[in-house]
Design a protein around this ligand. Structure first.
Ligand SMILES: [Zn+2]
Ligand SMILES: [Zn+2]
Length: 431
């Protein structure tokens, strides 16, 4: 074996399997994919900074009207009730469902604003070619929080609520609804135009200039090692820059570096087991209570689905079944399979398992759907003695399931499965 040097700034590693890869400048609009596990390495987008700036400014303008103005109102028994996201949240809070209220507050109200403000500030600075030190920290927070904002899930919740109420009462739409739909479209567009790699590289160049170039890193050539870890290199989770094992902090984004996510397997196990336990009361206990002329009628998630199937709304029944039952079950079972494959020397179907991990991370947030539907119904259907809808205990357990399965997917490190395939050289510590 002979020693050779590589420039770490010209290489990257796959997040899914740790394969060491040279950075290729793919044409705009194209993405690079890992040849070993098919995880997306980078996605190029044209005029990323200007587009992000324009979209986030639009999003910020839409934010206030879409959260404070009423979305819609319904008329029944001669009463009229209107709803927006703030009413729903207050309603959960006053009925004692603090955790549900907190989840709705964070995912539908606070984070969309925080994310829009962060990405607006970052893209504005990049556009003005100003690189203050806090810029990397802001973008780092943006990347860490991104997954927890769920405006599009909330929009689907609104649509289901409308279909649910259509037969029973007259629905009126307000300006808030139009603003909210535009806000969701803007938020989705931002996620497709932000070219994270390009943002990081622009910040790095602006901040440090040529001084920031690190000395070439010495690697061993000639063996059949392929992963970054085998060459004693680690990938930053946030900005995907490579650094030698000896570095504790990423030179580009300032995040703490780890060879593998810390305590990944035990943390993920703990979260998966807790999710599985909470999933039982979430389904056995009632999640919603409908009072009609003083008669309470409590229903579980499954009762709700059966109701839709009975009334002929097969599409909605199916969507709620997928979001509330299938997705959590798939996440719990899927993560258990992934966790089991980190224990024995299981090197089969690694590519398929990595794809399953990507799918689990992607679908996580959609389970909040039923909670959003209930959030809207409790506010909209409040006609005193005649008819009202209330939250029931399963809602809290269900929110735990959503939060814990999402955290489990975040704490799982798919590269540990691949380490069995290409064992790490001598030192086996995974932090
Ligand atoms: Zn890979
Ligand atoms: Zn970094």
């Amino acid at each position: 074996m002979k020693a050779q040097t590589i420039n770490l700034d010209k290489y990257t590693a796959c997040e899914g399997c740790d394969l060491l890869l040279p950075i290729v400048e793919s044409p705009p609009g194209h993405s690079t994919v890992c040849p070993r596990c098919s995880t997306t390495i980078s996605r190029r987008s044209t005029h990323s900074i200007v587009k992000t700036l324009a979209l986030s400014a639009t999003g910020l303008l839409l934010y206030l009207p879409s959260t404070w103005l009423p979305l819609m109102s319904i008329e029944s028994f001669g009463f009229s009730e209107s709803a927006n996201i703030i009413d729903s949240m207050i309603n959960f809070y006053t009925s004692g469902y603090y955790f549900v209220s907190l989840m709705v507050l964070i995912s539908a109200l606070i984070l969309p604003l925080v994310l829009l403000s962060l990405i607006f500030t970052v893209s504005l600075h990049l556009r003005l070619k100003r690189y203050p030190l806090y810029l990397t920290r802001l973008f780092r927070i943006y990347i860490k929080l991104e997954e927890w904002a769920m405006v599009e899930v909330y929009l689907l919740g609104i649509m289901i609520t409308i279909i649910k109420m259509m037969g029973h009462s007259e629905i009126h739409y307000h300006m808030g609804m139009l603003c909210f739909i535009l806000l969701v479209i803007t938020s989705l567009a931002i996620t497709t135009v932000v070219d994270k790699d390009f943002f990081w590289r622009t910040m790095e160049r602006g901040e440090a200039g040529e001084k920031g170039r690190r000395p070439d890193f010495e690697i061993m050539e000639g063996d059949d090692s392929v992963t970054a870890a085998e060459k004693r290199i680690q990938l930053c989770h946030i900005c995907h820059k490579l650094s030698p094992f000896s570095d504790a902090v990423c030179p580009r984004c300032g995040d703490t570096l780890h060879r593998r996510k810390p305590m990944s397997v035990s943390r993920t196990w703990a979260l998966v087991v807790s999710s599985a336990l909470f999933f039982i009361p979430a389904n056995l206990m009632p999640i919603m209570q409908v009072d009609f002329l003083g008669m309470p009628d409590r229903s579980t998630i499954l009762d709700g689905i059966i109701y839709f199937l009975h009334t002929g709304s097969y599409g909605i029944g199916l969507i709620i079944f997928i979001a509330s039952i299938l997705v959590p079950v798939f996440k719990i079972v899927g993560l258990t399979i992934l966790l089991l494959s980190t224990h024995p020397r299981s090197v089969r179907f690694l590519k398929q398992k990595t794809a399953m991990f990507r799918f689990i991370s992607f679908i996580g947030r959609w389970s909040m759907l039923d909670i959003f539907v209930i959030a809207l119904l409790t506010v909209l259907v409040d006609f005193g003695f005649f008819s009202s809808i209330h939250t029931a205990p399963a809602a809290t357990y269900f929110c735990f399931v959503v939060a814990f399965t999402m955290l489990a997917a975040i704490s799982f490190d798919p590269r540990i499965m691949w380490d069995k395939y290409t064992p790490l050289s001598k030192d086996k510590d995974h932090d």
